[in-house]
Design a protein around this ligand. Structure first.
Ligand code: HEC
Ligand code: HEC
Length: 215
């Protein structure tokens, strides 16, 4: 009897794990509503303010979709671009839908993003090594244990905007935004007019190296 119960719970555990995983086929259908802004290959469309999603890690994409759906992110009245995204995250019903759409995004080939802004990459390098690398990793590939996302391979214009959003209290200020608060704390402590642009330009320059790491 005990043996059977143990086997049963093991089977439930396995079934649970299978169900908890994103399903690419279902995700493809859900992704149709995302193409308009993020592009067919989730490469992003910077004229619409929509970042590349395909290079980002699944755990982070899922968390952002959950946060945006719950109103933890993108609710600030002055968050112009967040407002475009918010109804789309809310239209995905539940965790399974979020996992499915992310599984589809991650089945697409990685892309190269174009550098769009100007900044001082050398200064950015200094800031990055001194401050950002501790959480986002030495090559900006992210650190899941610290909840800090990958930054390389994401449009530099978008990175700069998010950094400024944290600094100006547009992102990371919601009481339930535990991880956003950590990032907001850093951005608010750092003084310097061009930090956001300098660091974003430096991070963008790491893209070729990152591509080799992915191979
Ligand atoms: C109407 C345009 C539009 C549509 C449609 C749209 N998005 Fe977005 N999305 C945006 C914009 C703009 C942003 C940037 C928001 C910001 O600046 O905070 C964004 C941000 C995101 C982010 C956060 C990325 C990050 O690095 O933090 C995720 C994840 C995301 N979108 C996924 C999706 C998915 C999945 C769909 C389809 C279900 C979708 N989006 C549909 C415009 C859109
Ligand atoms: C204490 C750890 C920590 C440090 C140091 C740190 N960050 Fe972050 N950062 C985070 C976390 C955690 C998040 C995720 C926030 C969330 O989940 O919304 C984040 C998010 C971001 C994002 C948003 C990415 C996206 O796709 O939306 C940007 C941009 C960013 N950080 C840039 C920087 C830069 C530039 C520096 C250095 C000046 C830096 N961070 C230093 C922890 C850190």
């Amino acid at each position: 009897m005990i043996k059977h119960l143990a086997l049963l719970s093991l089977l439930i555990l396995i079934a649970d794990n299978i169900l908890a995983q994103g399903r690419v086929r279902q995700g493809k259908v859900l992704f149709r509503q995302c193409i308009l802004c993020h592009g067919e290959n989730a490469q992003g469309d910077i004229t619409l303010g929509a970042p590349a999603l395909v290079n980002q890690d699944a755990w982070y994409l899922e968390r952002q979709l959950a946060n945006i759906a719950a109103g933890v992110r993108s609710e600030d009245p002055s968050d112009f671009f967040g407002k475009r995204m918010s109804p789309n995250a809310k239209a995905l019903k539940g965790q399974q839908a979020r996992e499915d759409v992310v599984a589809y995004i991650k089945s697409l080939p990685p892309t190269k993003t174009r550098g769009l802004i100007k900044g001082n990459a050398e200064k950015g390098h200094e800031y990055y090594q001194m401050i950002c690398g501790a959480c986002h990793g030495p090559n900006a590939m992210g650190n899941k244990i610290l909840n800090a996302p990958r930054l390389v391979g994401i449009n530099d214009l978008y990175l700069k905007r998010q950094y400024l959003n944290f600094k100006d209290g547009i992102r990371g200020a919601h009481v339930n935004d535990k991880f956003g608060a950590q990032m907001a704390f850093i951005a608010q402590k750092l003084q310097g007019k061009n930090i956001a642009a300098d660091v974003a330009v430096y991070i963008h320059s790491l893209q070729d190296q990152a591509e080799n790491q992915n191979k």
